[in-house]
Design a protein around this ligand. Structure first.
Ligand SMILES: [Zn+2]
Length: 339
């Protein structure tokens, strides 16, 4: 989730806590610590697959949050002149609020219990950083570009709109506690609506004849395809093919139209690309990996992409590209969230 929404969630939660420290101290402490787990975002600057491998990893786990909060509290307690344990508790709560937000978005899930368990958790019901509105340059090493991408994402997020409205109304009316309770209640209600609409989208997909009769389905998954919860991507997997269907709950009442993609795994270049340092980490995380090989003037371009993000045919989302020369040597390889 974007930093603005994380920050506002921390601010709103701080208003409803029964505390002995001042509300200002609690608000600032929660606002900062609600962003702490994203210290791993610097991995994006490494321009490698480190971001897919480690982002939303240790720093978002329970152990990681306790350690991060402890380090932050050691530095922050002298600044705010509040008891260490109060600052530590607020900081842990801020981190938990952050991870609770991230558990809702469409990402490669969070290993909450590492190092004790590698099991990953996540609901995949909200789009995270919006790959459609954000620029193809989002992955570049520039704080300004990164901030602009995050802002694009934030302004499309209904949760941010709800929380920002309640904070403003609370400050203007002097009833911060009441408007914070209203804001959190509305967010919970909104999430229930999202879950309901996802269920509806899934039902529309299941009504397809192929799923009911023809296809030897091994899995059926529904992923968010826009910030408003009315567009969903349905990915139906068979052993040898994927079927992709876009559900628009506002416009389409007809049965969902599916596009079929045959799995082309097995060709030598696709298998060679699978072994590269760029593709391997993507395949370890990808929900529905799919490969294509296209001849071009330099030789052959192999793309490995995650079809869980294939909700816009105009651009490649979550795709690793490996360029081969005519004799099968790797010339270049790169992963981007958006091409
Ligand atoms: Zn995060």
């Amino acid at each position: 989730m974007d930093p603005l929404t994380h920050t506002l969630t921390g601010v709103v939660v701080a208003q409803i806590l029964p505390l002995e420290v001042s509300t200002t101290t609690a608000t600032i402490t929660m606002a900062i610590s609600a962003n702490l787990p994203d210290v791993d975002a610097f991995l994006r600057r490494l321009k490698s697959t480190a971001f897919i491998e480690y982002h939303h990893g240790l720093t978002h786990s329970l152990i990681g949050m306790f350690i991060l909060s402890g380090l932050f509290s050691l530095l922050w307690t002298p600044v705010v002149s509040a008891p260490f344990l109060t600052v530590y508790a607020l900081s842990i709560l801020g981190c938990l609020v952050h991870t609770a937000g991230d558990l809702l978005i469409h990402i490669y899930k969070i290993p909450l219990l590492v190092p004790f368990s590698q099991r990953r958790f996540g609901a995949n019901i909200l789009v995270g950083l919006n790959p459609l509105t954000s620029s193809a340059r989002c992955g570049e090493r520039s704080l300004r570009i990164c901030a602009r991408c995050q802002l694009h994402s934030a302004l499309k997020n209904p949760i941010l709109i709800i929380l920002a409205s309640c904070v403003l109304l609370g400050v203007a009316s002097g009833r911060r506690y009441h408007f914070s309770v209203v804001g959190l209640t509305l967010v919970i209600f909104y999430l229930l609506v999202v879950v309901f609409l996802r269920r509806k989208a899934r039902m529309m997909c299941l009504a397809h004849n192929g799923i009911a009769h023809g296809w030897e389905t091994t899995s059926i998954n529904v992923y968010p395809a826009s910030f408003l919860p009315f567009r969903w991507l349905c990915v139906v997997e068979e052993n040898n093919a994927y079927h992709l269907g876009l559900v628009d709950l506002v416009r389409s009442k007809d049965p969902v139209a599916f596009t079929t993609l045959s799995k082309e795994e097995g060709s030598p270049l696709i298998e060679a690309a699978r072994q590269t340092d760029t593709v391997r980490p993507l395949l370890e995380k990808a929900f529905h990996p799919y490969a294509t090989a296209e001849p071009n003037e330099q030789g052959t371009l192999v793309k490995w992409k995650d079809l869980a993000y294939a909700f816009d045919p105009r651009i490649d989302l979550f795709t690793a590209r490996v360029q081969f020369s005519p004799d099968g040597t790797v010339i270049s390889e790169e992963f981007r969230e958006r091409w």
